[in-house]
Design a protein around this ligand. Structure first.
Ligand code: ADP
Ligand code: MG
Length: 152
């Protein structure tokens, strides 16, 4: 399957799509989020958390790198913006190959350390409250996941 794009016109709409994705996710899923500051990566994660039945409020983990939430599956929310030149092994593998769902904001900063198979999502500003969201599944399981998401 090719990459696919959706457009949203409000934070709620972005969170709604992310929530649908959250409902479909299986154990061990890895999602990377790219996009400028204010693109909507954290809002996307909030919606995804709702789909995973996380009850706590999800906030940006900028000062902690990783925050963990209980849900239908554990959610590991990483923001690696402050991880500079991460040749350093910060133990990401425990999360990437663990049972929970990992969401990584600014994933390109640690691209050497990412697993080969993942769902890459890029959010771009498209004027005011408009955003373009591009899904790029890497690997069969993520292709199937995207097909399911599109069929909803
Ligand atoms: P990031 O984590 O990428 O820095 P945030 O999710 O923290 O971004 O912030 C996104 C900001 O953009 C919020 O203030 C949100 O209200 C606003 N916004 C406006 N339109 C949208 C949209 N369509 N999708 C997501 N966020 C939007
Ligand atoms: Mg953020």
């Amino acid at each position: 399957m090719e990459n696919f794009k959706v457009h949203t016109t409000s934070p709620e709409e972005t969170m709604g799509i992310a929530e649908r994705l959250g409902l479909l996710l299986n154990a061990g899923a890895v999602i990377t989020l790219e996009g400028d500051l204010g693109a909507g990566k954290t809002h996307f994660t909030k919606g995804l958390a709702k789909g995973l039945n996380v009850k706590r409020t999800v906030n940006s983990p900028t000062f902690t790198i990783i925050k963990e939430y209980k849900g239908r599956l554990p959610l590991y929310h990483m923001d690696v913006y402050r991880v500079c030149e991460a040749d350093e092994d910060l133990g990401f593998d425990e999360y990437f190959y663990g049972y929970g769902v990992t969401v990584v904001e600014w994933a390109s900063l640690i691209k050497e350390q990412l697993p080969q198979e993942l769902l890459s999502i890029e959010i771009s500003h498209a004027g005011e409250d408009n955003r373009e969201i591009v899904f790029r599944p890497k690997g069969e399981r993520y292709i199937l996941l995207c097909k399911e998401l599109l069929n909803l």
